[in-house]
Design a binder for this molecule. Sequence first.
Ligand SMILES: [Zn+2]
Ligand SMILES: [Zn+2]
Length: 142
Amino acid sequence: MLRGAALRVTRPRLAVLSAVHDHPHADTGSIIDVVRADLGEVSHQAVYDVLSALTAAALVRRIEPTGSVARYEARVGDNHHHVVCRSCGAIEDVDCAIGATPCLTASDDHGFTIDEAEVIYWGLCPDCSTATNTDSRKDSRV
Ligand SMILES: [Zn+2]
Ligand SMILES: [Zn+2]
């Protein structure tokens, strides 16, 4: 994959790519932890640099739901969307709506050639909606 993207293959790049692959939607901190468990001491800056190189090469996709830190995933190029829990921040993948990517057919494309739509569905994950239903006072916790 790295070779195909004309990026030099380095151990940190491989380690970061496999960390992102194994931990979809992980934030930078979790990726650093995984990479360190694999390679030993690696600086934050090194991991940031690798993440931005991989993102620029489209091997990794960066998403940043409102109120969340940046998160990374190795599932790229399929125009999938995300559902995010308002309460705990859990993120899951949602395949593009059925059919030939209808979300790419903008009601007004303003003359742009559109190749991607980034949709975030917001709501409550099953755990959080159960908690809300059984004890609404829990809503007061931040
Ligand atoms: Zn939740
Ligand atoms: Zn995803």
